[in-house]
Each structure stands twice: as structure tokens, then as C-alpha cells.
Design a protein around this ligand. Structure first.
Ligand code: PMP
Length: 380
């Protein structure tokens, strides 16, 4: 038996486990013997590869409620986000780009590197970009080419009012980008009102290394990679057909699964009630605003996040602090700092995130282990 099967995995926001539908679709490509699929080749295998890529494009279009021609396959959300920001930086060097202060690092880094061109929109204490804050930031910075605000925060699960923010950006003559990686498919593209939408395969049960940029007809077409003209010249490079096949299959399965979110929301809410009973002083971030169903982000200042993560791991439970930092160390949550939280709160934050294979028993076991660990700590 796979020893990982013994673990309880509650870290879907970092990466969801591969859905069986995605594995099957990938295996069909990977188990081909004596030939390779290159979707640009004219021969039979090339045609077979092209068919797989285009089927995946249809599957992504169905979940996202967009036209298949709007989809450019990329290696993931980081690449899609980078492509949009770079495009506007290069094409409109005199104009400003506005991004929210709680964006994913694949956007936030642009502010750190190019602070004169990429400006921050502050969030309020609930993590929200208010229409007033966006209006004010637009007024402060003159001509704006692009506004970028994520749909659902990867640490807190807090959901922004994208349609309202996109309307304000458009009123100021800017285009609007939305990183919808965490909850792709929850709102059809038309309702979001964004001109560019980023999604990623591995947050939805597809493989890592695949994603897409969805572009509305708006006069701007970000190019991610120059080269052999694949993806209509917007993202050159031989397609990763197995990953794209898995991505498409995962999104089709996600579309069928949407109703389960309400069950997950109930389990999440019940879990938070139990956490509060165990430690009444616990802070549940975003508790009073719109949040996605699958994330719980909380701080208990009496614990050290790193110690708790390790103790839980020893007990077979995988959760995380807010961001999966590449160095593997726990840093104070930048999202919480942007929301005005103290260092103590920001560095004790932990995230439980659920998804397609989560069972109620996973949450129950987590709670039992959590309660024991807290009791043990309180006895010290
Ligand atoms: N944006 C958000 C909101 C994310 O959660 C992530 C993954 N942590 C990314 C972008 C980057 O995605 P990828 O791993 O596909 O590059």
C-alpha cells in the first residue's frame, strides 16, 4: 500500500491530489510506445496530439464559461501572471499598473522589482480591496494600463468583488486581470468582467506544470514565449500534451463536482466552531466576509506555526502555514501583514485546505490530533 495513503492531506490550496480522471488521461499519452505526440507534426501522431490538446481546450472552456479561442495553454499560473504583467510593462512603460497588496508572489514580485511602475492597492482589515481604495489609488497614479486583483486569496480564501473592481478599472481606462487560480470555474468569465484570467491545473486535481491564460477580445494579447508559433504565437514551445490532457480532464471533473463545495463549506464551518471551542482566543481570518468553501486560515498566537506543522506531520496530518515558501521555512504571512495584523498573528497563522477527495473523517481526525497537541502544549 502507498504509505502516503495513510496521511491525511489538508493542503489542497498548495496542490490538490491528482484526480483519477486526470491520471487516466495522462497515462493514455504517456504509455504510447515507439512514437511521440507533437501537436505540430502533420503525421498521424501529430494529429492525435492536436486532438488531445483541442479536447482539453474544450474542457477548460466549458468549466470557465469562455470561448475555446480565448484560451492559451501555459505552464501554470505563475507563467500566465508574468505574461500579463510583462506585456503591460513593456507596451505601456509610461503608465502605471495597480495590483492588490495581497496578490500571489508571481504578481507581487513585480512591485518589489519595479516599484515606480507597479503600485499597490491597499486592502482593508478584512483583506478586501474596497471600491473606494481602488478609486483612490487610480486617482493617485494618473494613467493606468492595468489593474490586477485576484479572485480568491490563496492563504485566506477571501473572495474579492471582481465585477465591481473591473468596472472601476474600465472606467479609468485600464484593462483588468484576475488571478482566479484558487477557485477557477466558480464564476463564468463574462460575470467576472475581467479582460484576462489566470488559472492553474494543479489546484484542481490536474498535474503540476499546466495552466492557462484566458484573454477576452480587448485589443491586447500578452505573449508569454516567443518561438515556433504554438498557441497562435502567444506561447511558443512544444506543448506538454500529457499535462494538458490531465488538466482538461481535471477541469471536466471539477465542473461535475461543483455542488460538493457546499458540503465542504459545512465541514469547514463546523471545524472552525470546534477550533473555537478548543481555544476561544483563536482568530479565524476572513470569518465575516465572503470566503471560498475550502480554506480555513487561523492564528493562535500561543503556538509556533513551524512547531505545530511538524507536530501535525508526525501525527500524519499535512496542513501548511499560509504560503508554501520555496525555502521550506515558515515566514510571517505577507497577506496578514498587508491586512494590518501584528507579527505574532502573522507568524502563527496556519491554513487547512480541502478539496475533491476530502472526507469528513479527515477533518474529525485533524481536530482530535489538534486538540491533543493544544492540551499537551497547555500542560507545559
Ligand atoms: N496564483 C495563486 C493565487 C496561487 O495560489 C498560485 C499557487 N500557489 C499561483 C498563482 C502559482 O501557480 P502555479 O504553481 O501554477 O505557477
Amino acid at each position: 500500500m502507498n504509505k502516503n495513503a495513510q496521511k491525511i492531506y489538508l493542503d489542497y490550496s498548495a496542490s490538490a491530489p491528482l484526480r483519477p480522471e486526470a491520471r487516466d488521461a495522462m497515462m493514455e499519452v504517456l504509455s504510447l510506445e515507439g512514437a511521440a505526440l507533437n501537436a505540430s507534426s502533420i503525421h498521424t501522431y501529430g494529429q492525435q496530439g492536436r486532438k488531445i490538446v483541442e479536447r482539453a481546450r474544450d474542457q477548460v472552456a466549458r468549466l470557465m464559461g469562455c470561448d475555446r479561442n480565448q484560451i492559451t495553454f501555459t505552464s501554470g499560473a505563475t507563467e500566465s501572471n508574468n505574461a500579463v504583467l510583462r506585456h503591460f510593462m513593456e507596451k505601456f512603460p509610461e503608465d502605471k499598473i495597480l495590483i492588490s497588496a495581497t496578490e500571489h508572489p508571481s504578481i507581487l514580485e513585480f512591485h518589489k522589482r519595479y516599484p515606480d511602475q507597479v503600485k499597490l492597492i491597499p486592502v482593508d482589515e478584512n483583506g478586501l480591496v474596497t471600491p473606494e481604495a481602488l478609486e483612490q489609488t487610480c486617482k493617485e497614479h494618473g494613467k493606468i494600463s492595468l489593474v490586477s486583483v485576484m479572485l480568491c486569496n490563496n492563504e485566506s480564501g477571501i473572495i474579492q468583488d471582481i465585477p465591481a473592481l473591473a468596472e472601476i478599472a474600465h472606467k479609468h481606462g485600464a484593462l483588468f486581470h484576475c488571478d482566479a487560480t484558487q477557485i477557477a470555474g466558480c464564476l463564468p468569465i463574462e460575470e467576472l468582467g475581467a479582460d484576462f484570467v489566470t488559472i492553474s491545473s494543479h489546484k484542481l486535481g490536474g498535474p503540476q506544470g499546466a495552466g492557462a491564460l484566458i484573454t477576452k477580445i480587448c485589443g491586447q494579447e500578452p505573449v508569454s514565449q516567443l518561438g515556433g508559433g504554438q498557441e497562435k504565437g502567444l506561447r511558443a514551445g512544444t506543448e506538454n500534451i500529457a499535462a494538458i490532457a490531465g488538466f482538461g480532464a481535471a477541469l471536466e471533473a471539477t465542473a461535475k463536482d461543483m455542488a460538493r463545495n457546499e458540503t465542504l463549506r459545512r465541514w469547514r464551518d463546523d471545524m472552525e466552531s470546534a477550533l473555537k471551542e478548543i481555544s476561544p482566543e483563536i482568530i479565524i481570518h476572513g470569518e465575516n466576509v465572503k470566503r471560498c468553501a475550502t480554506i480555513s486560515f487561523f492564528s493562535l498566537t500561543s503556538i509556533k506555526a513551524q512547531n505545530m506543522l511538524m507536530a501535525l506531520d508526525i501525527e500524519g496530518i499535512c496542513i501548511s502555514n499560509g504560503s508554501a515558501c520555496s525555502s521550506g521555512t515558515v515566514k510571517p504571512s505577507a497577506v496578514l501583514k498587508a491586512m494590518g495584523c501584528s507579527d505574532d498573528i502573522a507568524s502563527s497563522a496556519l491554513r487547512v485546505s480541502m478539496g475533491w477527495a476530502t472526507q469528513k473523517s479527515d477533518i474529525d481526525t485533524f481536530l482530535k490530533v489538534w486538540e491533543n497537541l493544544i492540551e499537551r502544549q497547555n500542560r507545559k
